[in-house]
Write a protein that binds this ligand. Structure first.
Ligand code: ATP
Ligand code: MG
Ligand code: MG
Ligand code: MG
Length: 481
């Protein structure tokens, strides 16, 4: 089943269950000091949960463009290394605002996965909230019982507060959640290690696909919990992970969401995906990052030197570095993926097709200016290696960090060049400098730690278009200078 069909069926399934299908909110959140990017489907519905606004329907479903590269949800460093975390991904979701609750949410999720998508019931696990002493909460027996009516009890897992209790922040609506995990390993592997032991263990083929949150409490500022006057359901399922399961693949990158991009890249680099680990990581990084960057630009967020723009710039630079280092992309290349990407989302997220040329141009300019910086860094490194050769034969941590920070040289690249010159690098010293910088940026990011965002009513945040393309182009030109 093609991924387009999977998305369609998800929405059709919930439409049949009287859900109103709404559009994704923009991925880039404008004018909000608490959150830069949408990181979950529920962001745009916050006011409904808080009772500040009324939804047009008490049942809603959609697919939401999400980006998890900052604040509470930051998966950036995982991306490319593993096969199931992305920067930009689609979160499929269904919501009940004071309407149905645990029973329907659980039954429908199960029906969708096992009947509509025919996923193997005996490869799935459900986790429920196991209780928390500090909060005086018992385990979520209700959810447990609904699951026990569907699956054998040895496939129900009692989860911790960390994995199975969802909170918007220090205060506000919250509640237990129930996650569905699927084991996609071969029969032989399953016979060796039970899937249950691998749930929540970061196993690439035993992954969480769906999170069902049951909002039933309100946390007060004194830390205590109060029952909410109405109970709500908030669910989120990773579209790319669902596609992996439905298409019987072992990696999100083997689904048709990613294969066109991976193949195009591998051809250009003259490599085969699956043959060399470093090249594979680079292929995954670029295939992933081009999506994040393109959707951000389509939402009006250009790469720049501050805030959201800087996050986007760093994502693009990470992609350029991987391409430069491991695929030998020495000239701008990533922008050539944009038409392919835009075509893939035709009829789903039309903003990519509509702005294909503009997105291509922005990425190309950004790529070429960063590649020039990389070249400058290489010249600097030449001088450094010449000096170090005469002395300690070790490039010190501070210098390695400076190359990383100012010239975008990943540690790998510097150590590779060092090795070619029979030198070594001070890895410990480099790590120390990284730690110092991490603490610095942690401090800077502390304001955006929550899931919930101060959003204006939904009509007002809907993306309405740009002032004019010409003015954007000017900004790009200005940045390139
Ligand atoms: P994980 O534990 O795998 O990091 P999560 O618990 O952080 O996932 P949730 O916040 O519960 O994820 O989001 C709901 C769903 O969105 C997850 O069940 C998963 O299918 C999907 N998802 C979460 N993060 C990512 C990501 N970085 N890339 C792709 N899909 C994701
Ligand atoms: Mg996560
Ligand atoms: Mg999880
Ligand atoms: Mg989860």
């Amino acid at each position: 089943m093609e991924s387009k069909e999977i998305r369609k069926r998800f929405l059709a399934f919930f439409e049949k269950k009287q859900h109103e299908i709404v559009a994704s909110a923009p991925m880039v959140i404008q004018n909000d000091p608490t959150l830069m990017f949408t990181n979950a489907g529920m962001n745009q519905f916050k006011d409904f949960f808080l009772g500040n606004a009324e939804p047009s329907s008490n049942r809603i479903a959609d697919t939401q463009k999400c980006l998890r590269v900052s604040g509470k949800h930051n998966d950036l460093e995982e991306v490319g290394m593993d096969t199931y975390h992305h920067t930009m991904f689609e979160m499929l979701g269904n919501w009940s605002f004071g309407d149905y609750f645990k029973k329907e949410a659980i039954q429908w999720a199960w029906e969708l996965l096992t009947v509509e998508f025919e996923l193997p019931a005996d490869r799935m696990y459900a986790s429920v909230f196991g209780g928390d002493e500090a909060d005086g909460l018992e385990m979520d027996q209700e959810a447990y019982d609904f699951w026990a009516a569907i699956i054998p009890e040895d496939r129900i897992i009692n989860g911790s507060k960390k994995d199975n209790f969802w909170e918007m922040g220090d205060t506000g609506p919250c509640g237990p959640c129930s996650e569905i995990h699927i084991d996609l390993r071969s029969d032989e592997e399953v016979a060796q290690t039970p899937g249950k032991d691998l749930v929540n263990m970061d196993h690439p083929q035993v992954v969480e696909v769906w999170n069902l949150v049951f909002m039933q409490f309100n946390r007060l500022s004194n830390g205590s919990l109060q029952n909410l006057p109405a109970q709500h359901v908030d669910t989120g399922m990773g579209f790319e992970r669902l596609a992996m399961a439905v298409q019987g693949k072992q990696s999100n990158y083997d689904t048709d969401v990613f294969t066109p991009l991976i193949n195009f890249l591998a051809d250009a680099a003259n490599v085969k995906y699956g043959e060399d680990e470093k090249a594979d990581i680079a292929l995954r990084v670029i295939a992933d990052h081009v999506r994040a960057i393109s959707f951000a630009i389509a939402d009006g967020q250009l790469p720049s030197n501050n805030k959201a723009g800087y996050v986007i710039r760093r994502i693009l630079r990470r992609a350029v570095r991987y391409g430069y280092t491991f695929l030998d992309f020495k000239a701008p290349f990533i922008h050539t993926l944009v038409p392919l990407l835009a075509e893939q989302f035709d009829g789903v997220f039309p903003e990519l097709i509509a702005q294909k040329d503009f997105i291509t141009k922005v990425i190309m300019e950004e790529e070429s200016s960063f590649l020039r910086t990389l070249d400058k860094g290489l010249s600097k490194l030449e001088v450094i290696t010449a000096e170090v050769k005469k002395g300690t034969k070790i490039i010190d941590g501070k210098t390695v960090f400076e190359l990383y920070d100012t010239y975008g040289f990943p540690f790998d690249l510097t150590s590779l060049i060092a090795r070619e010159n029979n030198l070594s690098v001070d890895e410990e010293g480099f790590k120390k400098e990284m730690e110092i910088q991490k603490n610095r940026s942690k401090k800077a990011a502390e304001t955006s730690a929550g899931d919930w965002v101060e959003l204006k009513p939904i009509e007002e945040v809907q993306f309405l278009g740009y002032e004019s393309l010409a003015s954007k182009a000017q900004i790009v030109k200005y940045q390139a200078i």
